[in-house]
Design a protein around this ligand. Sequence first.
Ligand SMILES: O=P(O)(O)OC[C@H]1O[C@H](OP(=O)(O)OP(=O)(O)O)[C@H](O)[C@@H]1O
Ligand SMILES: Nc1nc2[nH]cnc2c(=O)[nH]1
Ligand SMILES: [Mg+2]
Length: 180
Amino acid sequence: MHTIKVHDKTFTTYLSEQQLQSRIKELANYINRDFEGKKVVFIAILNGSFMFVADIFKYLTIDSEVSFIKLASYKGLNSTGSVTTAIGLDTDLHAKHVVILEDIIDTGKTLHYFLPQLQHQQPASLKIVTLLHKAEMTQYPVPIDYTGFVIPNKFVVGYGLDYDGLGRNYKEIYQLEEAT
Ligand SMILES: O=P(O)(O)OC[C@H]1O[C@H](OP(=O)(O)OP(=O)(O)O)[C@H](O)[C@@H]1O
Ligand SMILES: Nc1nc2[nH]cnc2c(=O)[nH]1
Ligand SMILES: [Mg+2]
């Protein structure tokens, strides 16, 4: 088991690079199958999703556009209770097939806040992909269509996910060590 230190906290390996990459390839294949012959606009939610989006995109074989938006709700280890939009949507989604790409769905607040803004544009279809889902924490209903891994209620970093701005630059995902 490998440990890393991010700020004042210690994290241990939870998902290896190999586990992540093979699951991401599977997710891409489901999307390729389900949207065969269609064009899809992927909406990537920054910052956390940047590595996931870069990797899943390499496995897509359908016509794929991408548009980035920046939402944030977390400070340190906890949800702040409010979601802010720092970079908004610049793409018209009317009658398009839209797929949201998230790194993690935890309380569900971020997407619960954002989904009505997308639905308002009346896309032809709207699906959600998340690499990680902290299922036992999700209090806001979010209709997830594709999940990489259901994970326990422990704070994770790496592979795009941060703890107070740091820790995004790892190929693996790490879990917070319990205080003893
Ligand atoms: O389901 P929720 O409880 O809303 O949590 C999920 C959100 O939290 C993280 O973003 P964060 O606010 O940390 O912003 P970041 O991606 O810029 O780190 C993550 O990328 C999701 O967007
Ligand atoms: N880095 C990180 N961001 C999150 N946002 C919501 N849950 C988490 C988590 O466990 N880790
Ligand atoms: Mg964050």
